[in-house]
Design a protein around this ligand. Structure first.
Ligand SMILES: NC(=O)c1ccc[n+]([C@@H]2O[C@H](COP(=O)([O-])OP(=O)(O)OC[C@H]3O[C@@H](n4cnc5c(N)ncnc54)[C@H](O)[C@@H]3O)[C@@H](O)[C@H]2O)c1
Length: 359
């Protein structure tokens, strides 16, 4: 499909990663004449595999680091930057060493903003639901159902309802080094938008899930879960008593792409606005329910132990209330739980031997 598109050259930082590679390929598929460049240092194990697919699809790759301004110098002028380069683990820094995360997500994002400013480019920031603080989220009332936690029916907290967490939820409190680094990035983006009239927008995503994510215990749990079933390796329900009832909503990156397309139609209105973006109640699952999906799809059952202790950065449930984005952009996610998990399974099965070492 070739459509009119107001940009000539998109730079996707972290474009060899999970989300960045999906976005890059989706833009390529939709706009065949668009120049698309990727800047990635390939620090995420497995991004080198995604890179092979990108290179087959006429994408320009620059091996570089967002922490290093000079690494942007070799990239020709661009008019849109999508920042997908981050250390995306909420556990980062719990080992007493937050330096890498801070350098990457804070200084790196600042460099991205500055380079976008110098190019007079519009800017899309992939932020996270993790900007919302841990204690207020953990104290929201919920009921314990057979397979999952579910929000209780009450409207007593601003920014919270049966629909999930909206943009009005409090930002007061600690949120993990990861969440704090992303919120800092948001604040700096809004300064660039205000001071320099940069056309910039923030999407606070819940869990994104799909093929090409190299899931680890600390990040990318959906693909990790499927892989451990496929390769018949053991798993653990960690935290909240070890029952696997914690819940997240999920979203396929292609649905994020469809939202970006709608947002890009209104780029002249961008001024640092924030949107919560996720699958909502309908596209959500607990770990237990994830196990059921994985068992049904793979036909395999693996040993799952219980680790009752909860990490200090974990929360029992999170559902994105995306109604603001849905209403402003006439957008709705299309991929349901089963579609996402089936896609992950098909990708892993097709590359079973190659991917084995990554999980
Ligand atoms: N995956 C999710 O569930 C999720 C949810 C909310 C927000 N996000 C955000 O989306 C973005 C992409 O996340 P992802 O899941 O694709 O992560 P990912 O780890 O799969 O991809 C990130 C990519 O950035 C690259 N990278 C990291 N540091 C870099 C640096 N200093 N310079 C250049 N490249 C660097 C990595 O090599 C990797 O290819 C991140 O900003 C993350 O905070 C992700």
């Amino acid at each position: 499909m070739t459509a009119a598109f107001p940009f000539k050259h998109i730079l996707i930082t972290g474009g060899a990663g999970f989300v960045g590679s999906h976005l890059a390929l989706a833009f390529r598929e939709s706009f065949e004449n668009l120049k698309i460049s990727i800047l990635d240092n390939l620090v995420r194990r497995g991004s080198e595999l995604n890179l092979q697919v990108l290179l087959e699809n006429d994408l320009e790759f620059y091996h570089g680091d967002i922490r290093c301004r000079e690494d942007f110098d070799k990239i020709p002028p661009f008019d849109l930057m999508i920042d997908c380069s981050a250390e995306p683990s909420v556990q980062a820094g719990l080992d007493g060493k937050p330096d890498h995360l801070i350098q990457n997500n804070l200084n790196g994002t600042l460099n991205c903003l500055e380079m976008a400013h110098r190019n007079n480019a519009a800017f899309i920031f992939l932020s996270t639901s993790r900007v919302y603080p841990i204690t207020p989220l953990a104290h929201l009332p919920f009921n314990v159902k057979e397979t999952r936690f579910a929000f209780a029916d009450s409207n007593e907290v601003t920014g919270w309802s049966a629909q999930g967490i909206s943009e009005d939820f409090t930002l007061q409190g600690a949120r993990s080094f990861y969440g704090a680094s992303k919120l800092s990035g948001e604040l700096m983006l809004q300064e660039y938008a205000y001071t320099y009239n940069m056309k910039a927008i923030i999407n606070r995503c819940g869990i994104l899930a799909g093929s090409r994510q190299m899931g680890k215990v600390d990040q990318g749990v959906i693909t990790l879960w499927m892989a451990r079933h496929l390769y018949e390796k053991k798993l653990s329900y960690i935290g909240f008593g070890g029952e696997g009832k914690q819940v997240r909503d999920i979203l396929h990156p292609k649905d994020l792409f469809f939202l970006l397309l709608k947002q890009l139609e209104k780029v002249s209105d961008w001024n640092g606005q924030v949107y919560n973006v996720g699958g909502g109640n309908e596209i959500s699952l607990s770990l237990r329910e994830l196990t059921d999906y994985c068992q049904n799809i793979t036909g395999k059952k693996v040993n799952i132990s219980a680790v009752p202790e909860t990490s200090p950065v974990d929360i029992p449930l999170y559902i994105s209330d995306s109604r603001k984005a849905q209403q402003e952009f006439q957008w709705m996610p299309k991929y349901k739980n089963h579609d996402i998990l089936e896609e992950i399974y098909q990708w892993m099965s097709a590359h079973k031997d190659q991917l084995r070492a990554y999980f």
